[in-house]
Write a protein that binds this ligand. Sequence first.
Ligand code: GCU
Length: 340
Amino acid sequence: MKKITKLFLSTVFILGSMLLLTSCNVGNGKTIIRVSHNQAADHPTNIGLLAFEKFIESKLGDKYDVQIFPNELLGSQVNTVELTQTGAINFTVASNAILESFDDIYQIFNLPYLFNSPEHYHAVMDNKELIKPIFTATEKSGFEAVAWLDAGTRNFYTVKKPIRTPDDLKGLKIRVQQSASNIRMMELFGGAATPMGFGEVYTALQQSVIDGAENNELALTSNKHGEVCKYYSYNMHQMVPDIVIGNLRFLNNLSPEERAIFDEGFNIISKVQREAWGSSVEKAIEEAKKMNVEFIYPEVLVFQEKVLPLHEEVLAANPKLKPIYDRIQEIGKEVIGGKN
Ligand code: GCU
């Protein structure tokens, strides 16, 4: 299809869906709550959101009809964050990576090798004192974060050339999420960053537009990237949470009683998603092996050395992150010392 026709059709699609979405009460007089995400139906995120739907409808079902839209049905994450800002969508799941272009406080969790271990990552994200001011810092951006979801550890995976050292990335086009931090990170690793939305990655790999990407293991199976990429290298560069964000106006218009029920619902999303995460990763590894994906365990330190300068760069450009960064380091020590 010619580029211009494609552009026209997607503009018509977006305008059409916005028109549809802004009509709020349909048919049965209930308010529709639209929740968007970009994962498949078998993904832990969808499972967590279905539990939210069930819970909210069990408590407030006479008033609200929760509808979950998986698979980028309402658009890519960047589009759906914008639609959540305007209120056309009530909630969306966005990777922390892309949120930094909506509010630079989110740069903090995009730093490579910020966390020493999954235990450190979880202890930080579960630390209410640290997280609350971040989650509520985005009022001017029209949204509030209401929950975080596990998205595992991000690693490189490639079609032809296994990545064993950062030198192997030289000359390779690697898809990254659409964020300045990720583009800079790839630059420091020595590869050529190719930013694009998640839904475009499979075709880009298949058509050799890119040589590889970076993500958790579920991308190999739930998103089928393992059909094309046969090397997955555990260089462990990032643990980037997914964040559930809600339209601020919608949240502020809830009565205190309703808000308490929604808050319980947000905790349920986190709990159910995270319970499903561990076994989903194990299952993905087994499935990927059957797809002939080879898992590689390179020396992590040599990757780490390449990108650590990004910490200083980001903190110098965005000094308000410094106290948060310092607290994250402290929590890291507490986790090692067994306090958390
Ligand atoms: C993970 C993450 C998604 C994100 C995706 C990506 O799958 O859970 O939120 O969109 O990575 O790389 O874009």
